[in-house]
Design a protein around this ligand. Structure first.
Ligand code: SF4
Length: 805
C-alpha cells in the first residue's frame, strides 16, 4: 500500500471532533491499517461515467451490524505502512505487489490496487496490520476486510482468466512480526456474484447522486445574489472570491466588519462550483457564531424547489451531537450504535433528500432511524455539497475531511472565516502535553492488569530532565525512547480497554487519548516545534513527581502547507490580517497567494481615535499608570456618557484599574470579565450593554469579548485599550522570535508586534458596526504614537493625539 496518500488516509480516516474523541476514533478505526488503493480513481459517482474505488464500494455495501469503536490496540500510521512492506518483502518471486486492477459492472467502473498476488497459488492477499490479539479485530471490520479481498480476487480472476483462487486475509502484528493468515478458496463464479451483488447495491445510489450533482450544478449556474444590491465592498469581495475559486487559486482578504463577508464569499465560491467541478465547499470557522452566520447565509442562497437543492451539512463536535454521553460507541453499550450499519442506508437516503442538515435537521433524521447523529453526519460528509464546520474539521491531525480530500481525491474549495485565528488554533492542534500527576494518580490505584505498564512508563519518565533544576527546559528533539515507551504504554492501555469494553474506565480512556495525541504530535515533530520539560521546585528537590512534558508548536506552517496544496482553492478572510506576510509565513500559504484589502465602507468621521502619549502600560510602569488610565476613562465617560468596553493586558492589571476606578468614580456602573467565565456569565456580561444602559465593561484583550461580539448603536459607543496586546516575553516566544528572524526577518514583529496589534484592531472593531454608528477608541500607551505601530492600524482611522496629565 502505499505512499503518502495511503498514509494520509489512515491519519484522517476516523476523525471525530474534539481532541479526545478524535483520538478515540483514531484508535478504534486504526486498529487495523487498511490497504488503500494507491490509484486515484474518481469516486465521485456524479461525474460522467460512474467510477468507484474498491474501498468506497465495500465501505458502502459491505458494512453491517453494529457501529463498533471499541478500543483495540492500534499501530501508528507509519507502522501500518511499514507492516505492509514487511509482509510483501517476505514473499518470493514471482509474487506481485500493489497490482492495479479495474473491472466493470454495467456503466460502473471499479478500480483499486491489490496488496499482493502469488501466481503460484494462485493466491490474492489482503494485508492488515494490528497490535495485540488478532481476536480483538471486530466482526464487522473483519467482514469489511473479507469483502475487499473478495472484490480484488474477482478482479484478478477476470483479468487473468482464473477459474479458482485462494483468498487470504493476512493480519500482521507489528510488535511480534507474526502473521495470522485466514484463507478460503473461491471459484471465479462465486466471486463474480459477490462483486455483482455489491455493485448492483451501489449503482442505484450512484445514479441518484449523479442526478443530484447535475441538478445542483444547474442551480448554481443560475444562482442570484439574494439581496437587492451589494453593500460597499461586498461586490468586490464576491468577485475576487469567484475569480479565485474559478482559477484554482488561494486568496487572502482583509475586509472590514459590516460588509457582509460571509454572504459575499459563499456566493462567489458557489458560483464557481459548476465550471470547476468542485466536489465540496468547506466553510470553516473558529467559533460557533461564525457557523451560525454561514448557515443563515446558505439558507438565503438555498432555493425552495425540492430538486437541485444544495446539500448543506453542519459538522459539530461529537460531545455536542452525542445522544448518550454516558455510553460508549459500540452496539453493546449505545442503542444508536447497535445495528447502525443495518439502518444506515435508509437514514442516508432520508438525509440526502432532506438536504438541509444543520445540527437539528441531522438529529431528526438520525433519530427517525435510530442511528447516531454524529456518525450519520460523518457518513454524510461524503454526500454533501457544502460543509460548515470548525477549523479542526480540515486542519487537525486527524481531520476526516482532509483525509477524504487527499484519499478520494476530492476537488475542494475552502472558505476560512476569521482566518487570523487559525495561527493560534493550528498551534494548539499540533501541540501536546503530558501531566505526570495524571500518571501518578493512576499508579496510586492502578486498574487491574495495568500496574506493570504504568510502572514502566513511570521509570522511563524519571530518566527525563534528570538533574534539571526547577524551571523550564526547552529542547530541539523529542527525548530518545520516549515515543517508543509511549507507544507501548498506549498499546497496553488499549488492550486493557478492549478487554473491558462494556464499562470502560474513564480515567484510563482519558489518559490513553492524551498519550496517543502526544505520540502523533511527536511523530510529526520538526524544527517548527520545541519540547518543553518543566520541573517544579518540589519535583526538583524530591525527584517526584516527574517533570511535565510538552511539545509546543511554534510555527504551524509546515503542517498546514499540505492542506493548502490539497485544496483546489481557498479564500481566507478576516478584518485583521495586517500585515499579510505575517499570515502567509505562519500559515504556510503558497507564495503566490492573491491578496485583497477591501477598503472600509465607514466614514472616518464615524470614529474618533485618540492616543494618550503620557501613559505607558509596560509591565514596569503599570502601577504608575493607574491614575492616568482611570482619569482618561472617566473624562471620556463624563464627556459622553454611554456604554464602553475597556481592554487590559491581564486580569491582574484589569483588577488594579477596576479597583482604583470604583473608588474614584462610584457613580459609574462597572462590570467585569472574570477568569474562566462560564457561558452563561459571558452572556450576562454582553447583556449589560443595552440601548439604555451606561457604564464600562472591563475585559482582557484577546479574550472572549475582544472579537465576535456585536454591539451596534448605543449598545457600545467607545473602547479603551490599555495595552499593545504584545504576547508575554518568555523563553518560548523568544525561540519563536529567533526562528522567525532567521527565516523571514523582523522576528520581533512577527512574534510580538503583529499578533498584538491584530488583537487591538479586533477589539477596537467592536465600536463601529454599521453606517449609523458613531464612537471613540482611546489607545492608552505612548507606543501607539510610533510610526511602525500606527502603520499597523487601519488606514481609515483618523488618529488624534490626546495630551493629559
Ligand atoms: S450516541 Fe453517543 S455514545 Fe452513541 S454512538 Fe453516538 S456518539 Fe457514541
Amino acid at each position: 500500500m502505499g505512499g503518502h496518500a495511503a498514509l494520509a488516509r489512515r491519519l484522517g480516516r476516523e476523525h471525530a471532533d474534539g481532541r479526545l474523541h478524535a483520538q478515540a476514533a483514531t484508535l478504534a478505526a486504526r486498529r487495523t491499517c487498511d490497504r488503500v488503493p494507491a490509484v486515484t480513481p474518481d469516486n465521485n459517482p456524479s461525474a460522467e461515467g460512474l467510477q468507484v474505488a474498491v474501498r468506497v464500494l465495500c465501505a458502502f455495501t459491505a458494512q453491517a451490524g453494529n457501529l463498533d469503536l471499541r478500543f483495540t490496540p492500534s499501530p501508528t500510521a507509519q507502522d501500518g505502512v511499514a507492516g505492509h512492506e514487511a509482509v510483501t518483502a517476505r514473499r518470493a518471486a514471482p509474487y506481485q505487489r500493489e497490482m492495479p486492477l479495474r473491472s466493470r459492472f454495467g456503466d460502473l467502473l471499479v478500480q483499486g490496487r491489490a496488496d499482493g498476488f502469488d501466481p503460484a497459488g494462485p493466491r490474492l492477499e489482503e494485508i492488515k496490520t494490528h497490535r495485540g490479539d488478532v481476536a480483538l479485530v471486530r466482526e464487522n471490520h473483519r467482514a469489511l476486510h473479507w469483502a475487499q479481498a473478495r472484490v480484488y480476487a474477482w478482479m484478478l480472476c477476470e483479468q487473468l482468466g482464473l477459474e479458482r483462487i485462494e483468498v487470504a486475509l493476512v493480519y500482521f502484528n507489528i510488535d511480534t512480526r507474526l502473521e495470522t493468515v485466514l484463507t478460503t478458496w473461491h471459484t471465479a463464479d462465486e466471486l463474480r456474484q459477490h462483486f455483482n451483488d455489491l455493485c448492483s447495491r451501489y449503482l442505484g445510489w450512484a445514479r441518484s447522486e449523479q442526478a443530484h450533482r447535475r441538478a445542483r450544478d444547474a442551480l448554481l449556474q443560475t444562482l442570484t445574489f439574494p439581496f437587492d444590491g451589494f453593500r460597499v465592498g461586498q461586490r468586490e469581495l464576491a468577485g475576487a472570491t469567484w475569480r479565485t475559486h474559478s482559477h484554482g487559486r488561494h486568496l487572502l482578504v482583509q475586509a472590514p466588519t459590516g460588509i457582509g463577508k460571509t454572504m459575499a464569499t459563499l456566493f462567489g465560491a458557489l458560483r464557481a462550483v459548476p465550471a470547476q467541478g468542485t466536489d465540496k465547499l468547506l466553510y470553516l470557522t473558529a467559533k460557533t457564531p461564525g457557523r451560525r452566520l454561514a448557515l443563515d447565509a446558505l439558507r438565503l442562497l438555498q432555493p425552495t424547489a425540492s430538486t437541485g437543492r444544495l446539500r448543506v451539512l453542519e459538522r459539530v463536535a461529537r460531545e455536542k451531537a452525542c445522544e448518550h454521553p454516558d455510553k460508549a460507541c459500540h452496539g453493546d453499550s449505545c442503542p444508536l450504535a447497535s445495528g447502525f450499519y443495518d439502518r444506515l442506508p435508509q437514514a442516508r437516503d432520508e438525509a440526502a433528500h432532506t438536504a438541509w442538515l444543520d445540527q437539528a435537521g441531522l438529529r431528526t433524521v438520525a433519530l427517525n432511524h435510530a442511528v447516531c447523529p454524529y456518525y450519520l453526519g460523518q457518513d454524510m460528509l461524503r454526500w454533501s455539497d457544502v460543509v460548515v464546520g470548525d477549523f479542526n474539521h480540515f486542519f487537525d491531525l486527524s481531520a476526516h475531511a482532509w483525509a477524504l480530500t487527499v484519499g478520494e481525491p476530492w476537488r475542494v474549495g475552502l472558505l476560512v472565516d476569521e482566518a487570523h485565528n487559525l495561527i493560534e488554533r493550528a498551534r494548539l492542534m499540533y501541540s501536546a502535553e503530558l501531566d505526570p500527576l495524571t500518571l501518578a494518580a493512576l499508579r496510586k490505584t492502578p486498574p487491574k492488569g495495568l500496574k506493570g505498564s504504568l510502572d514502566r512508563l513511570h521509570r522511563f519518565w524519571g530518566t527525563l530532565g534528570r538533574g534539571q533544576a526547577a524551571g523550564q527546559l526547552l529542547q530541539n528533539d523529542v527525548p530518545e525512547g520516549l515515543v517508543g515507551a509511549l507507544q507501548q504504554h498506549a498499546a497496553d492501555l488499549s488492550e486493557h480497554l478492549a478487554l473491558d469494553a462494556t464499562a470502560p474506565d474513564v480515567r484510563v480512556q482519558a489518559w490513553l487519548f492524551e498519550v496517543l495525541h502526544f505520540v502523533r504530535v511527536a511523530e510529526v515533530f520538526g524544527d517548527h516545534s520545541l519540547v518543553e520539560i518543566t520541573r517544579t521546585e518540589a519535583a526538583a528537590r524530591t525527584r517526584a513527581p516527574r517533570p511535565r512534558l510538552a511539545i509546543r508548536n511554534l510555527v504551524p506552517a509546515p503542517h498546514l502547507e499540505p492542506r493548502w496544496q490539497a485544496a483546489h482553492s481557498a479564500t481566507l478572510f478576516s478584518a485583521t490580517l495586517s500585515p499579510m506576510d505575517h499570515s502567509i509565513h505562519l500559515l504556510g500559504l503558497p507564495t503566490d497567494v492573491a491578496r485583497l484589502e477591501v477598503p472600509s465602507p465607514f466614514d472616518p468621521a464615524q470614529l474618533q481615535v485618540r492616543i494618550t502619549p503620557h501613559i505607558s502600560t509596560r509591565y514596569q510602569d503599570r502601577a504608575e499608570s493607574l491614575d492616568a488610565v482611570v482619569a482618561v476613562m472617566a473624562d471620556q465617560f463624563h464627556a459622553k456618557p454611554g456604554n464602553y468596553l475597556a481592554f487590559f493586558s491581564s486580569f491582574e492589571y484589569l483588577q488594579q484599574v477596576l479597583a482604583r476606578f470604583a473608588v474614584a468614580h462610584p457613580d459609574i456602573g462597572l462590570w467585569s470579565q472574570s477568569r474562566g467565565m462560564a457561558e452563561v456569565d459571558r452572556s450576562a456580561f454582553v447583556a449589560r450593554f443595552t440601548d439604555n444602559s451606561q457604564g464600562i465593561g472591563f475585559a482582557v484583550l484577546g479574550g472572549a469579548f475582544g472579537e465576535g461580539i456585536d454591539l451596534p448603536g448605543q449598545r457600545l459607543i467607545g473602547a479603551f485599550i490599555a495595552t499593545l496586546g504584545l504576547p508575554q516575553v518568555n523563553p518560548l516566544n523568544e525561540q519563536l522570535r529567533a526562528r522567525l528572524q532567521l527565516k523571514h526577518g523582523r522576528g520581533y514583529d512577527h512574534a510580538y508586534l503583529f499578533p498584538g496589534l491584530q488583537k487591538v484592531v479586533q477589539a477596537a472593531g467592536r465600536v463601529i458596526r454599521g453606517p449609523e454608528d458613531r464612537g471613540v477608541v482611546v489607545l492608552m500607551d505612548d507606543r501607539f504614537a510610533r510610526p511602525e505601530v500606527r502603520g499597523l492600524l487601519p488606514p481609515w482611522w483618523h488618529i488624534e493625539r490626546f495630551e493629559r496629565g
